[in-house]
Ligand binder design. Sequence first.
Ligand SMILES: [Zn+2]
Length: 348
Amino acid sequence: MPGYHPPVRSRITHLIFFGVAALFGVVTAAAAFLLNTYRAPPVDPDWALPPAQSIPAEAVTVRYTGTATLVFSDGETSWMTDGWFSRPGPLRIFFGKIEPDLDAITRGLERNEVDELAAVFPLHSHYDHAMDAPEVAKRTGALLLGSESTANIGRGWGLPEDQIRVVTNGEPIALGKFTLTPIELRHFQFPDPDMAERALGDPDIKAPLTPPVGAFDYKVGKAYALHVAHPKGTWLILGSAGFVEGALEPYDADVVFLGVGALGSQTDAYRETYWRESIDSTNPSRVIPIHWDSLTGPIEGPFTGMVRGAALLSKGDDELLQFLKAKEAANPEIQFLTLPRYAPVVLF
Ligand SMILES: [Zn+2]
């Protein structure tokens, strides 16, 4: 008996339908692969510090969430930089609106074992530094420290004025035994002119900013390096890979937390100047690179490098790792270290 043959027209319709469905599946899978899978981060696994087995009384400890979010404590006083835990994805950053992820903030504070903070200091006002800080201040009683732009992020979130303090360039702030000195520097200079204009043009947030808003509504404000002195030691935190010639010359640091975000996309000359101004100027014995992990990667588990889609467009991470390895080889007196996620490490 002859088999059933559907009419030719119907077969063509089926073919088109399955063809389109298959193409849609392939495109969706490719997009998901490019946007949601990550390369290895641009740091040497040999630099990884293990979590502290035990913490001596009066030790100064540091905990790292990723990007430039660090918690410092000497057992009496705790404070943090940035306090950023939300991780909006690339589509929302470039095409949508963003706002603090309250559950991520809850988890982040829990994982850092933070309930009370003297201060939270966003190193500048871009979303990946300052967006969550007012909520962190609300939950922990912290003072929100930073530029007028950061203050306006606090005001827009409803943080009371008595929990907001605008800092002055070079003027020290005492938090228990910690003395924090903000030093105004330039933010990292994006080589791409469009990106530079979006991220750095018209730099100030001039009125209270209430999310949800576009990611680039979190304008840079002022970019600070933070010098910290404690009876146990000194350190410098660079949230962004920018510099002002000679600005750090007056400061010494035992440890430099070196912001390296996007540094791989810069020229050799820029990288060399950044190193000279940040490291040669302050003479540390330990360098701890920060802000090398993905801005959109998971907030738990191992740190990741950039998403594959971004890696296709730029070789930045490879260049960054090569630069850091070359600096390690050329400076054997300096120890290169990276921090574990959330677990405390004894700094001094
Ligand atoms: Zn920035």
